[in-house]
Design a protein around this ligand. Structure first.
Ligand SMILES: Cc1cc2nc3c(=O)[nH]c(=O)nc-3n(C[C@H](O)[C@H](O)[C@H](O)COP(=O)(O)O)c2cc1C
Length: 237
């Protein structure tokens, strides 16, 4: 297999604890940030900054930030879940419900969970990671004529993919943590890291080395499920 293709296919979300004592080296971090630097961006705006957090004291303060899961997240999350490996393999999209606490995947309990569960500290998401990359952007600067700044968001996604592929090629695992962009978490993390008021957090990534090397079932649609030849609907590809 072509090397680029191998890295693309091997990259996976590392939803496992990381070894807090196994740091990401400065050289590897530089490579990852340089990969971000060369990501494509609408109008080459490069509308992002990245805060690298690897000071254990700062990590601890961030880890103490607490948030409660929203009912909106629970309901929309549920729509993407499969409950057996067979179901997931047939669907070819989404993720396994077993990744979440049982109460999160029980529609009859979602309102109660959202209302009454104790707020969880971010340390439960960071799970021993020695390094976070927090990607921020300026919402005042949109890509020219891009409704809702879709092009700007795509560009932030390109940054994510470049950093992820470079991390993968260096043997470093990564998990995206969207919860850093939720309003209550964003507000506190911005304060802790002195992020200017006008900037927003797009996402955070936790980097590191897993304590064990479990891989989980990953599914994808087939090329013929999404590719069309010369006209929509022509599957002769
Ligand atoms: C914009 C974006 C946000 C994501 N947010 C999260 C997240 O908050 N937590 C998480 O575990 N994975 C997150 N992911 C990872 C996806 O769930 C994952 O890429 C998808 O399930 C496919 O699995 P794979 O990465 O192992 O191939 C995110 C991915 C993207 C592109």
């Amino acid at each position: 297999m072509n090397e680029v293709h191998r890295v693309i296919q091997d990259r996976q979300s590392a939803r496992v604890p990381f070894d807090p004592d196994r740091k990401v080296s400065k050289e590897d971090l530089k490579e990852i940030l340089d990969a971000c630097r060369w990501s494509p961006a609408a109008h080459n705006m490069q509308n992002y900054d990245i805060i690298v957090v690897d000071d254990p004291e700062v990590m601890e303060v961030i880890g103490n930030v607490k948030s409660r899961i929203s009912e909106e997240f629970l309901r929309e999350n549920y729509e993407q879940l499969s409950f057996t490996k067979k179901e997931l393999l047939e669907k070819k999209t989404g993720i396994l419900g077993s990744m979440f606490p049982p109460a999160w995947v029980d529609p009859s309990k979602m309102a109660e969970v959202a209302r009454e569960s104790t707020p969880m500290p971010l340390t439960q998401s960071i799970r021993g990671s020695p390094c976070l990359l927090i990607v921020v952007y300026d919402p005042q600067k949109r890509a020219p004529a891009s409704e809702g700044d879709a092009l700007g968001f795509i560009s932030l996604g390109c940054v994510m993919e470049n950093m992820w592929l470079m991390a993968e090629s260096l043997g470093i695992c990564l998990q995206v943590l969207s919860s850093f962009a939720s309003k209550p978490v964003e507000k506190q993390v911005k304060q802790i890291l002195c992020i200017p008021e006008k900037l927003k957090i797009a996402y955070a990534c936790r980097l590191g080395y897993p304590v064990d090397s479990t891989r989980y079932l990953r599914v994808r649609r087939d090329v013929t499920d999404f590719a069309h030849h010369n006209k929509y609907g022509n599957k002769d590809i």
